[in-house]
Each structure stands twice: as C-alpha cells, then as structure tokens.
Design a protein around this ligand. Structure first.
Ligand code: EPU
Length: 418
C-alpha cells in the first residue's frame, strides 16, 4: 500500500490547476447507460473512483469506454448485462448511480446494495422508494437490489431529506420515463446541475436543477453529446485550506468561486485574504488566522466534504472553533489522527471543539477515508517534521496527482510505493 510522506512545514507558492469534479463525472458516467450515440466528456479527472465507474460500465457491457488525457469517450451502445456486482460496488458506493439508468434503459437492474461505509450507514432508501413510485418493482435479495419495470412512469416524488446521488439517480431514471416527473426536496449541489446540463445536451428535458423542484419530461431516447465537466469545488477548497494553514500565497486556477461561496466567506471570517479573478482564486499570506465555527449542511451551506480539511486549518488558528458535522454520523475519524499530530480537539457526539493554535508536529498517521486523508495532508504541510500518511489509496480515489500538484507548489511531499 502506498504512503504519502511530507517534510513540513512547507511554504507553498505558485499556481495550481483544479481538475474536473469527481462527483459530477461519476453520475455523468452512469448516464452513459441512457445514451444512444457517441459521447465525449472533457475535463475528466483521472482518479480511482472514475476508473472504478469505468469498470462498472464495462462490466455492464459498455466495452468501448476509453479515458485518454482527461477526455472520456464512449460510442453509446446499449448496456448488455444489468448487474453491478458486490466486488465493484463495495469499492465505491457511488456505483448505485447505475440503478436508475439501467431500469430506465433495460427495464431491469441488479445492483449490489452498498454496505455502510467509514463515514456513516448511508442507506439508499430514498432512491428505492422514489423508483417504486415510478412503477419499479424492487426487492432486496441476497444483498442485491433487484429491480424491474415495463417502462418507468412519470410521478411526483418528494424526498424526505436532501440526497445528492438520490436526486441524480431519479433525474436519470425520469429522463427516459413515460410522462412528467416532478422531484421535490432535491439536492441543490452544482454536480446535480452539471448532470442536468449533460443530460439536456443529450436531448433530455430537465428544468429546475439547482432548485428544490426539478421537472423532467420523459423522452423516448437520448442521443450522444459533448460536455465539459465543472471544476472540482472540493479539490479547490482543499488547496485553499492547505494555503491558509501554511500561511502561503498561491493561485488556484480553473476553478469556480461561485460554487464555494460558503467556504470563501468562512475563510474570510478566519482572516484569510482571498481575491477572486475570473476562474482563479488567489490566497494571500497576510493577517493572522482566527478560529471560526462551522456546521456542515447540504449545498449551498458549508460542505461535509471540506469539514476535515477545515478542522486541520482550525488546529492552527487562534482561538476555539466548534465544528458540527450534521450530514454524516461518523465523519470525525480524522480527529484521533490530528490529535497524534498535537492538535487539541475534544469530541462531543457529532461536534468537535478545536482549541488553537496548536504547534503541530509530524507523525505516522492513518487515512480512514478520502477527505480524512486530505485533512492529514493539510496538517502534514503545516506540521513541523516528517508526516507519513498510511493508506494513500484513499486520497487517490478523489484527488488527481495530489503529490505532483503540491510538489508544483513547492511542497516537500512524495509517494512511497509499498
Ligand atoms: N440518506 C439517507 N437515505 C438515502 C440517501 C441518503 O438516509 O436514501 C442520508 C445519508 O445517509 C446522509 C445524507 O442523507 O446522512 C446525505 O447523503 P447523500 O445521499 O446526499 O450523499 P451521497 O449522495 O451518498 C454525495 C457525495 C459525497 C458527499 C455527499 C454529501 C457523490 C458520489 N458523493 O454522497 O461525497 O459527501 O453527497 O454532500 O456525489 C466524497 O466525495 O468524499 C463524498 C463522500
């Protein structure tokens, strides 16, 4: 298993380019199951989760999917095999995104039920209930979601709570359904909007993505299209935290500051000097870093996917920060590792209280999930001495060439192949 080694503290400088958004491209890959005709996606990040989704598609019979230099192409043949097996789904729960498209295109699907994961139980009951309302018969058998229908029928669906992949799964299912579907209580994330843009480019009729109410007029078929994936807002936020934690001046290019308002506001509240110029954000090293409180919530509020990195930053800030995780019930696994690096953090239920500034010192640490590993990188860059992050495969799931990009910013960081 690879490790990441950092010699801290590092002062970063220069420019870094953000990759395409992992969480936009994953549903867009699943959407290829709906499309007849050639598709080309640009700005696709070469990360492990994308490679896993390509494997899932190939397993489903889409053998012509290729990824070359950030461009993904597929000829858009029909999927053959409607089964996503346990061995693939267990490595990436976003594989559940093939459920809606398979049902809509083939009228049947057998997808391994994702288990709980490191950050929480993460059930998929909203996806299943909503597909049932569209006429699908769904049973859970031997650890699989087994679903069938003649043709999905448009329906009015109210999500009890915001769900990102649930909204995406239903939008894809409804794109080829018979009649009009109205989804209420939808997730507002930019990745949902990007998926709707891609589907509409393929001939779907979707309105309202980015609001709580999405209306989809089903069409008989979707045709091929070209699409450019939005920049990854979580990668952008991670570089922002890394620069702020190391009191560095860097410029983050090819990002969309409009997707990061709550994060930029929070960083400014902490005293981080930022300048947005078109598709670039410059972080300046001036001023002192002050503690601020954060509560994670669905978009447009502060994202759970940046909570861990923000906590590493707060360990270096002046004062007490209260960080409240409300989206996932077990997403504070990084606390123990940050404490091993000298951070002063107390946990009470879903809340972490961080007393800063703590002099962080490099240590051997263990990554427990994707964003926890990003948090440990931020901490390692700011810490004194050597940090070795074990289980680097977590970071490879969602960050493209993370050590190369940070080396480009002057960080002393390397991968140790194991
Ligand atoms: N939930 C249910 N039932 C459902 C669906 C969700 O109870 O049927 C609960 C979840 O357990 C969670 C909350 O609702 O407590 C929100 O979950 P959501 O469905 O929105 O999460 P997701 O779609 O599984 C996506 C991202 C995650 C990101 C969350 C929240 C993708 C592929 N994944 O997950 O990304 O944290 O939204 O923004 O888009 C990551 O990139 O590191 C990551 C975990």
């Amino acid at each position: 298993m690879d490790k990441i080694r950092i010699q801290g503290p590092c002062r970063l400088h220069g420019k870094v380019r953000v990759s395409g958004a992992k969480n936009a491209v994953l549903p867009e890959l699943a959407a290829m199951l709906l499309v007849e005709g050639p598709v080309s996606l640009r700005n696709v990040p070469v990360v492990r989760d994308v490679q896993t989704m390509i494997k899932v598609l190939r397993h489903l019979g889409m053998r012509d999917v290729t990824l070359d230099g950030g461009t993904l192409r597929a000829e858009g043949g029909a999927p053959g095999e409607p089964e996503a097996p346990y061995d693939l789904v267990r490595t990436m729960r976003a594989s559940i995104l093939v459920l809606g498209p398979l049902l809509a295109r083939l009228g049947r699907a057998k997808v391994s039920l994702p288990g709980g994961c490191a950050i929480g139980a993460r059930p998929i009951d909203y996806h299943i209930e909503a597909l049932r309302r569209m006429g699908a018969e769904i049973a859970i058998e031997h650890g699989y979601v087994v679903a069938s229908c003649a043709r999905l029928k448009g329906a009015e669906i109210v999500f009890d709570d915001r769900t990102v992949t649930g909204t995406e799964n239903l939008m894809m299912a409804a794109a080829l359904a018979d009649g009009r579907t109205v989804l209420k209580g939808c997730a507002l994330e930019p990745e949902v909007v990007d998926l709707a843009r891609f589907l509409n480019a393929c001939g779907a009729r979707i309105e309202g993505a980015g609001t709580g109410r999405i209306v989809i007029e089903g069409v008989p078929r979707l045709h091929g299209a070209e699409h450019t994936v939005i920049p990854d807002r979580i990668e952008t936020g991670t570089f922002l935290m890394a620069a702020a934690a190391t009191r560095s001046g860097i410029t983050i290019e090819r990002c969309d500051a409009g997707h990061l308002e709550s994060v930029l506001d929070k960083l400014q509240e902490c005293g981080v000097a930022l300048r947005v110029d078109g598709d670039a954000i410059a972080v300046q090293p001036d001023g002192s870093l002050r503690a601020a409180n954060v509560t994670t919530r669905p978009y447009p509020d502060f994202p759970t996917d940046l909570q861990a990195q923000f906590m590493a930053l707060m360990a270096r800030a002046e004062g007490v920060s209260i960080i409240n995780e409300t989206v996932f019930e077990n997403r504070l696994m990084h606390v123990g590792e940050l404490r091993r690096m000298g951070a002063r953090i107390v946990v009470d239920g879903q809340t972490a209280i961080v007393a800063g500034p703590a002099p962080l010192s490099g240590a051997q640490v263990m990554a427990s999930d994707l964003r926890a590993s990003a948090c440990l990188i931020v901490a390692g860059l700011a810490a004194d001495g050597e940090t070795v992050i074990n289980r680097a495969y977590h970071i490879d799931r969602g960050y493209e060439r993370v050590e190369t990009k940070l080396q480009g910013l002057g960080a002393r960081i390397e991968r140790i192949s194991g």
